[in-house]
Design a protein around this ligand. Structure first.
Ligand code: NAD
Ligand code: LMR
Length: 328
């Protein structure tokens, strides 16, 4: 017997990440090749955005995806999130000319407060929420705080792009395939302060740290390359990463829903005090996933260098949190 369709809401559906994401969700790459989906697509209530969304939906229709059991266009989160099982919050206010970080935080606080409230009111009680729109960790924190009737653990932020970027850099450095790398972790904020940590990682079973054996490369090449990769792509392409961001979103949701078979992945999740991170801060942690739940990998030793990196990215997140607290 075929499975019952699940509802997947995507915001910013007519944007560039949306365009790289929706076709893959509809083809079964996110939730499995046996899982029908209904797409509930949210765009701004302005004609240009809604018209662009209509075009994307025409293309989705033209793919004749067997798993696409329905799709809807919305301009209001209260209808877009109705009964949704998965919500990918991609749409966000980009930083405009002359806009300070505080202005960006405030503009996004409005969006994610409204979307958190709507999820609280109408989404499935087990909804899995992934925030992609930047600043992703703080937007996820805002949405979580605006949804008091949902469990904090329903809300996550996307650190998977940083994780995948780190894996690719290690693969290139060691000349091994990315599939050989296990136990990689990225701590903290999706920003240049993130701390990609390969101390526990193995490659074909051997220690990555011992194989590379070069702390100067770690500090001066690896961490800046991964941390500033988003800016490097904007400089090269003129627009921000889209296909790789959509790919990371698919990876994040697939692993959360279908499990990681004991492998570590990175997710931005609300802290319960693990590693001294204050409760509810939306922080990148190594996790494993099983039965639709994630679990933070606990008990890892944190050395002095790592602690300093974690403190730095945490300080940035606390600053962002404090900057929006009065708006919640
Ligand atoms: P984009 O500008 O191409 O598309 C964004 C879309 O969102 C637009 O179509 C816009 O109309 C829509 N939108 C804006 N506000 C909305 C709202 N309140 N409700 C519904 N729709 C809304 O941008 P993009 O390239 O698709 O990127 C989207 C976001 O993802 C940006 O914030 C970007 O910085 C972020 N991003 C995050 C990561 C990550 O790793 N977390 C990586 C890349 C990009
Ligand atoms: C990325 O990491 O590629 C993006 O978050 C960059 C950005 O500012 O949109």
């Amino acid at each position: 017997m075929s499975k019952k369709p699940v509802r997947v809401a995507v915001t910013g559906a007519a944007g560039q990440i949306g365009y790289a994401l929706l076709f893959r969700i509809a083809s079964g790459e996110m939730l499995g090749k046996d899982q029908p989906v209904i797409l509930q697509l949210l765009e701004l209530p302005i004609e240009k955005a809604q018209e662009a969304l209509r075009g994307v939906m025409m293309e989705l229709e033209d793919c004749a995806f067997p798993l696409l059991a329905g799709m809807e266009a919305h301009s209001d989160p209260m209808t877009a999130f109705k009964d949704t099982d998965y919500a990918l919050l991609v749409g966000a206010r980009p930083r405009g000319p002359g806009m300070e970080r505080a202005d960006l935080l405030a503009a996004n606080a409005q969006i994610f407060t409204a979307q958190g409230k709507a999820l609280n009111a109408v989404a499935s009680r087990d909804v899995k929420v992934l925030v992609v729109g930047n600043p992703a960790n703080t937007n996820a924190y805002i949405a979580m705080k605006s949804a008091p009737d949902l469990k904090p653990g329903n809300f996550t932020a996307m650190l998977r792009l940083d994780h995948n970027r780190a894996a690719s850099q290690i693969a290139a450095k060691t000349g091994k395939p990315v599939s050989a790398i296990k136990k990689l972790a990225v701590w903290g904020n999706h920003s240049p302060t993130m701390y990609a940590d390969y101390r526990f990682a193995t490659i074909d079973g051997a220690s990555v740290k011992e194989t590379i054996n070069d702390q100067v490369w770690n500090q001066d090449v690896f961490l800046p390359t991964v941390g500033k990769r988003g800016a490097a792509i904007i400089a090269a392409r003129g627009v921000s990463s889209a296909a790789s961001a959509a790919n990371a979103a698919i990876d994040h949701m697939r692993d959360w829903a279908l499990g990681t078979n004991g492998e570590w992945v990175t997710m931005g999740v609300p802290s319960n005090g693990e590693y001294g991170i204050p409760k509810d801060v939306m922080f990148g942690f190594p996790v494993t996933c099983a039965n639709g739940e994630y679990k933070i990998v606990e008990g890892l030793p944190i050395d002095e260098f790592s602690q300093a990196c974690i403190d730095k990215t945490l300080a940035e997140l606390i600053g962002e949190r404090d900057g929006v607290q009065h708006l919640l």
